[in-house]
Design a protein around this ligand. Sequence first.
Ligand code: ZN
Ligand code: ZN
Length: 415
Amino acid sequence: MKGILVILDGLGDLPHKLLGDKTPLEVAKTPNLDFLSNRGEMGIMDSIKPGFIPSSDEAIVSIFNNPQINSSRGQLEAAGSGLKLTRGDLAFRVNFATIDSLEGGNIIDRRAGRTLTTFEAEILAKDINKKVNLPIKFEFKPTIQHRGVLVFRGGFSDSVSNNDISYYNKGTINERKKILFSVPLDESEMAQYSSNVVNEFIAQSHEVLKNHFINEERKKKGLMPANFILLRGAGIEIPKLKFYNKWMSVCYMPLEIGFSKLSGMETFSFQYPKLKELDVYANLYEGLKLACKFSEKTLKKNYKDFEYAYIHIKETDLPGHDNKPLEKKEMLEYIDKTLFYFLKKFAPPNGIKVCITGDHSTPCRLKSHSADPVPVLLYNGAIPSEKRFNEREASKGTLGKIMGNDLLKVIEFDK
Ligand code: ZN
Ligand code: ZN
């Protein structure tokens, strides 16, 4: 093995007053990361281009040097969750969300409070598949907690808008909190027909969900009902991605699994722990713990068979969305104690380079992705010099300013 690329989702951040005007990376105690950064080089990266706010799918597609494809999210997540796509099938990434009512038209929470269990989602999805009646075939598949995938079978256009407020326009954040319906994005009959079908699904699935016993139970427990489906990332083309057959991938989110598989990587994955006691952060730490452990085990076992490894850690993105800078700092410290400690012991003696970066910034105080560049660290056994891996120091690093498309070339993970 020559190199390991670790992507911490949403890593980049901005100074936060709860952290004394510092970023989570700046305040986190990370001795093992410091070891790697002292013997490495740093830079910053715009994963798509300067000023563009990336979603995770756009970012990863770009970092692995693919041109941007029209809405890759739906297709990648479908591929990652085992749904077969044929040309013309229309795929979406979906969220279970909470609205007040169709008439009220207000979105209360884009993720139903993030407390929906996979078990509850499976029951809701089963009834949606059974009761929503469309003139075409469709498959609705829940993945992890509030997340899912929706595929309409047959001939469709992907020239239709999202109904997800946060992802209304590519590369920007939309602050509206009103329910949207899908609109055709070109004049064709096919686009009109496709958005009609999508809207029919949105309306009918709301009918199934609004008084569903699962949601009645949730309301009794003081939890948000999962009574509305948000769709984003409409796509029909099965993305043709660059082939990375000398790579292994360790990941567990449907998007990353789909991306890795379609990129020809040998993909190692584990089942995400179930949400117990409805403690979202306890579940995240459980997931993070498993992810770090699984990454170590899988690397140790397989590193001789691959030239490069891609490791994706999802949890670090969530405290950014929730404005929880202390949680983000704590997660970084946990990763340092486990995965980075392992990498410090494992990479240098085996002559393996390690690159650590994020797919985009998710600054806590913005509670969303932003266009701020992410810090990049390349551990390459350089002559030791005192430096810490964070947004400020990385922006002065010797790797300079990198475009996502060029990352693998700059760190020489393409040789
Ligand atoms: Zn991301
Ligand atoms: Zn995010």
